[in-house]
Design a protein around this ligand. Structure first.
Ligand code: ACO
Length: 379
């Protein structure tokens, strides 16, 4: 996802028989969020995403952690706790930050999060959420040859993330757009990374181990690794007259168009609309957004023509790419920004799993050879 190659990234997808993707399997009961794929709705603890998309990230954390965390903190208390925890996380950067240079940015985040000891259980969910922007901003700055910037505990999480990235306070409209992004991606039912985190939590391995597992699942291009490639695709298309031929050629080669399709949504992903509005507020009428909208319209038309049996709509990653680009994140950082939002959901799911869950241990269907006598195997 890091380069701006002239061809769309290609994904090898396993099309094996059977329910290898566990479609339709209920893997957990949760009060946290519900994805209604047929209606195109995302419900977070009783609220439609549209109704809460402009909440502060801290208010959403209060909602998600309510009755699951040891204390029911309100949004203001969470902001204070996050500010202190960001400062604590900043103190953990040395010496690990210096060991991250050979890694991608998401791998570097994985390394830094590994410094959090599972034995620390006091407010571990707060520290996990606070640590991501501190580590991710330090990683992104180091790639530019810049030293990390101390957190400002008085700021909200989104505003401080941007400040730590850019080295100075950024306009409120940008912090608001990032805040909307983080709220929008905070939780999303039993997605692959949340499932991973819950499986690890169910073994009682500890919250940090569980959320690091979530990050590892998020990293893949079929989950959280797609927004960078969306921009690669827009760059590769280049100009308006190339849109249709470029997309047609990509589909003819069997490639997937980045930012389209979803396992659950059979209509439009509601997060795409929230983020489209957020980016429009930020850079109203900019050429980049108009171009992206034209590409989107052409892509949807071609997908419905080429894949009439499979409704393929714009997913969250498409407008994520434009929001994150507009607030100044390099595309190599995008998965880490996703993690900064999704950490809210991972921590809440781990807390919920701890309270209500049981060891997750499904079974497999054996399709190997029937047992044979040991002398036959040896000969
Ligand atoms: N472009 C072209 N064709 C597509 C796309 C796409 N983006 N997505 C699915 N298809 C086609 C497949 O080729 C397949 O066609 P076929 O039946 O003719 O072989 C059919 O639609 C079904 O595809 P599946 O792989 O079974 O669908 P699945 O539910 O597993 O895929 C996924 C979901 C992985 C998101 C897929 O749509 C994709 O690869 N999209 C592009 C990458 C992307 O945008 N990822 C971000 C996802 S959002 C998130 O996780 C936060």
């Amino acid at each position: 996802m890091t380069n701006s190659s002239k061809t769309a990234p290609q994904l090898a997808v396993d099309q094996s028989q059977g329910n290898a993707g566990l479609e339709g399997v209920i893997a957990a009961e949760t009060r946290l969020s519900h994805v209604d794929g047929m209606a195109g709705r995302l419900i977070l603890r009783g609220y439609d995403l549209d109704a809460i998309a402009d909440w502060r990230f801290e208010a959403l954390l209060a909602l998600l952690w309510q009755d699951l965390a040891p204390e029911n903190l309100n949004a203001a208390q969470i902001q204070t706790a996050l500010g202190k925890a960001r400062q604590h996380a900043f103190g953990l950067l040395d010496p690990l930050l210096g060991m991250t240079d050979r890694l991608s940015q998401v791998e570097a985040l994985r390394l830094l999060l590994s410094a959090l000891a599972d034995a620390q259980t006091e407010a571990h969910h707060v520290l996990a959420v606070a640590a991501v922007p501190v580590f991710a901003a330090a990683i992104a700055r180091r790639r530019q040859g810049l030293v990390p910037l101390q957190p400002d505990a008085s700021l909200g999480q989104a505003a401080d993330y941007l400040r730590m990235l850019h080295g100075k306070p950024m306009p409120e409209a940008m912090a608001k757009a990032l805040n909307t992004y983080m709220v929008t991606v905070a939780d999303h039912g039993m997605n692959a990374s949340t499932f991973t985190a819950r499986v690890i939590a169910s073994t009682k391995a500890g919250l940090f181990s569980a959320v690091i597992g979530g990050l590892c699942a998020l990293k893949g291009p079929l989950h959280g690794g797609a927004p960078g490639p969306v921009l690669d695709m827009l760059d590769a298309i280049g100009e308006a007259q190339c849109i249709r031929p470029w997309l047609t050629d990509a589909l003819a080669r069997g490639e997937r168009l980045m930012g389209f399709g979803h396992r659950i949504y059979r209509v439009r992903d509601p997060r795409a609309d929230v983020l489209k509005a957020a980016v429009a507020n930020l850079r109203d009428g900019s050429g980049r957004i108009r171009f992206a909208e034209t590409v989107e319209a052409e892509a949807l038309a071609l997908l419905s023509e080429k894949k009439p049996l499979r409704p393929l709509q714009t997913n969250v990653e498409y407008y994520t790419a434009l929001v994150l680009e507009a607030v100044g994140f390099p595309r190599e950082s995008f998965t880490n920004v996703f993690a900064a939002g999704r950490m809210a959901g991972w921590t809440a799911h781990v807390l919920e799993q701890d309270r209500t869950g049981r060891l997750i241990r499904p079974q497999s269907r054996y399709i190997g050879p029937a047992p044979m006598a040991s002398h036959a195997a040896a000969s």
